[in-house]
Design a protein around this ligand. Structure first.
Ligand code: BTN
Length: 260
């Protein structure tokens, strides 16, 4: 059994997240493996971990590079309908808090990219299994760059970083996964307090207070990112003063709220 499985099975104290673990040294995408498991009745909290992914998926049709040394995990959730809009906040905060325990200050870029000093260290993809239009399960896919040198991968070198690059040394992927699952479970169980979750999410979001460009439905919209509403949508004040509610999209910062 690989070390990470031994480590997690021996040390996890969660009630359900990560209690059933599936490890694959190499796979196409942990999202696909988790969907297959969920379709066959895997319990809530079951998680897939891959040593490497050959066709990792990102948001908005992008790919996700998953070399050895990263954490690629997909967690099966069966959320009640009111919890669905909270999943981006819950996932981003779980990673944000995990990275904080390493002594690193991370930032959230709406909805759930995690950056360190402007460079992406983690991406999150949430996909849903539907029956007759109703969500039967959600797959929360989290990719964290941990122990590899992002400058050696030309596709991501210009905008990505990893935890080992930031710390100057490698760390245990198992320890990161343990903390991540623990934070995730705590936040998920608190989903009856959406305001607390949305407030912590927004408070650590570099997007708020920045001038941004949002690519949404194939058009670019510029404006000031003002706030997050109760549905987790981004409120963008356009130059004509109107406020646009952005449900999904890719945000790039034009001015940076940190530099004020
Ligand atoms: C993004 O930033 O666009 C989201 C990236 C999500 C990557 C993770 S890695 C684990 C899971 N498996 C995948 O194929 N994608 C997600």
């Amino acid at each position: 059994m690989p070390n990470i499985l031994d480590y997690l099975n021996n040390n996890l104290t969660t009630g359900f997240i990560g209690r059933k673990l599936h490890y694959l040294a190499v796979t196409s995408s942990t999202q696909d493996v988790a969907k297959e498991l969920a379709d066959h009745g895997a319990p809530e909290g079951a998680a897939v971990i891959a040593g490497m992914q050959q066709s990792g998926r990102g948001r908005l049709g992008r790919s996700w590079l998953s070399p050895e040394g990263g954490l690629a995990t997909s967690i099966i959730l069966r959320p009640a309908t009111p919890v669905l809009p909270l999943l981006p906040a819950i996932s981003a905060l779980a990673v944000f808090r995990t990275i904080k325990t390493l002594g690193i200050k991370a930032e959230i870029k709406w909805p759930n990219d995690i950056l360190i000093v402007g460079r992406k260290v983690c991406g999150i993809l949430i996909e849903h299994g539907l029956t007759d239009g109703a969500v039967r399960y959600s797959i929360m896919g989290i990719g964290i760059n941990i122990n590899f040198d992002t400058s050696r991968y030309p596709d991501i070198a210009g905008f990505a970083t990893s935890l080992s690059v930031e710390l100057g040394h490698e760390i245990s992927v198992g320890q990161v996964a343990l903390r991540l699952y623990t934070e995730l479970e705590g936040l998920y169980l608190r989903s009856k307090e959406p305001d607390a979750i949305l407030t912590e999410w927004a408070a650590n979001m570099i997007t708020i207070g920045s001038r941004v460009k949002v690519r949404s439905a194939n058009r670019d919209i510029e404006g000031m990112a003002e706030a997050i509403n109760k549905s987790g949508h981004l409120l963008l004040r356009q130059d004509d003063g109107s406020v646009l509610e952005i449900l999904a999209g890719d945000v790039s910062l034009i001015t940076d709220s940190r530099k004020k």
